[in-house]
Design a protein around this ligand. Structure first.
Ligand code: GDP
Ligand code: IMO
Ligand code: MG
Length: 422
């Protein structure tokens, strides 16, 4: 019988909600922090004591010395990028090898998966997904095709298995007429990364996690991406290639559904999206530019402009439903500090049809808004709810009523300290 619980912290819109910040903030309450999906397409920013880190594959619980961090079986991992990320943390004084375990069942992203990612995007032309180019789609496709290489493969006859898969990819690239690439340098680093990774505990993380739960330890599952990028529930085909929703916690870590405790759904006080695909709340005017400027909405992984718009209650309601969100966390409220009016999308409209429910085909819908007064007050130095201006309290209450879910944490700035628990 398990005594511990797995709480999940999930991005519930299009990613970049501030998951890294809150996982780092929550870590002292947990024994284990585990990533269950995605790979270096993620960019999780953590800021504390004047330091800033952007994590891609390593869980955001890594800064707390006594905690075990796990890269779970549902993740995909690029050894070269992992090595660069880990070395940066090591040179900042964090001893990773004692606190980071990697699942033997996680899949490896090969350099040629990244080339295939680019080749598939080129082949899609104007329908391209706008991927991060990290080889995510090709690696998860390989996993589903049952031809992938896993972390556990490092331990035996690896070079031979690698060469065989690389040769298959090279043939695929010839078939796609995509031959203008050179991975020589990348491959050297990648193979170095394989060696470096093999110095970490490569383990059966599902067994470790279940043993920890049996002993009454608590686990925080750190989501990557967001619900609208989920392979099943997002705006397909403009999505990532893994299950980012709560169900992905079970498959991506090997923990049973009845071990799940709280499900934290994290969102911003407005919306952003990187890459292509439908985004009914997108603003093409100076308001969108202003949100981008104030919120520094440029991708942590690729540096691309994030598309910006008002908060989308249709998407949020859908995400709360499919994830079973028990508590909401609202980030970046401070970004809206100077706006006289705040808008919330309450429905989508197309060809005279209005819906408050997420439609199957999200293309071509227009947002229907309700307007609320802005608070026009600097929230960034506030340390308790009592200091909040009434208009901000009203905005929070409005969202809670509409979403029928409590907002229990409000973030008013990027620093760990700018976090208000209600
Ligand atoms: P993640 O992928 O969900 O971890 O989010 P990202 O790190 O990609 O993007 C969130 C960005 O917002 C980062 O630059 C954070 O430092 C920043 N951030 C997080 N919370 C807040 C907040 O409450 N206010 C402001 N202004 N920035 C925040
Ligand atoms: P975090 O964890 C925002 C987007 C890409 C693209 C689509 C598919 O930092 O929130 P992929 O490379 O996964 O095949 O790209 O998904 N995307 C993200 N957008 N935040 C992320 O992660 C993302 N990871 C992927 O921009 O539109
Ligand atoms: Mg991010």
């Amino acid at each position: 019988m398990n005594k511990g619980k797995v709480d999940a912290l999930l991005g519930i819109v299009f990613g970049d909600e501030g998951k890294g910040k809150v996982v780092d903030y929550f870590t002292p309450k947990y024994d284990v922090v585990a990533r269950f999906a995605g790979g270096p397409n993620a960019g999780h920013t953590i800021i504390f004591e004047g330091k800033k880190f952007v994590l891609r594959s390593i869980p955001s619980g890594i800064f707390d010395e006594g905690k075990l961090n796990i890269i779970g079986n549902g993740c995909v991992i690029a050894p070269d990028l992992f090595m660069a990320e880990a070395k940066e943390l090591e040179s900042a004084g964090y001893d990773l090898k004692s606190r980071l375990h990697i699942s033997k069942r996680a899949h490896l992203i090969l350099p040629t998966h990244r080339v295939l990612d680019r080749a598939f995007e080129v082949a899609k032309g104007k329908n391209k997904v706008g991927t991060t180019g990290k080889g995510i789609g090709p690696t998860y496709s390989e996993k589903a095709s049952r031809t992938g290489l896993r972390v556990g493969d490092i331990l035996e006859n690896f070079e031979q298995k690698y060469r065989a898969l690389k040769a298959k990819h090279e043939q695929q690239l010839i078939d796609l007429h995509y031959t203008d690439y050179n991975i020589d340098e990348e491959e050297k680093l990648w193979l170095e990364g394989i060696k470096y990774m093999s110095e970490f505990p490569l383990t059966d993380t599902e067994i470790e996690l279940n043993e920890a739960l049996r002993q009454g330890k608590n686990v925080l599952a750190e989501g990557a991406q967001g619900t609208m990028l989920d392979i099943d529930h997002g705006t397909y085909p403009f999505v990532s290639s893994s299950n980012t929703v709560c169900g992905g916690v079970c498959t991506g870590l090997g923990v049973a559904p009845n071990t799940i405790g709280e499900v934290y759904g994290i969102f911003k006080a407005y919306s952003t999206r990187v890459g292509s695909g439908p985004f009914p709340v997108e603003l093409f005017d100076e308001t969108g530019d202003k949100i981008r400027e104030i919120g520094h909405e440029y991708g942590a992984v690729t540096g691309r402009n994030r598309r910006c718009g008002w908060v989308d209650l249709v998407a949020l309601k859908y995400a709360i439903m499919v994830n079973g969100v028990t508590q909401l966390i609202m980030m970046k409220s401070d970004v809206l500090d100077t706006f006289a009016t705040i808008r919330a999308c309450v429905a989508y409209e197309k060809d005279g049809v209005t819906t408050e429910t997420m439609p199957y085909d999200t293309e071509g819908w227009q947002a229907v808004y309700e307007d609320l007064p802005g608070w026009q007050t600097d929230l960034t130095k506030m340390t308790s709810e009592a200091e909040f201006p009434q208009a901000f309290k009203d905005y929070v209450k409005y969202l809670e009523d509409r979403l029928e879910t409590p907002i229990t944490i409000l973030s008013v700035g990027p620093d760990r300290a700018q976090t208000i628990v209600r």
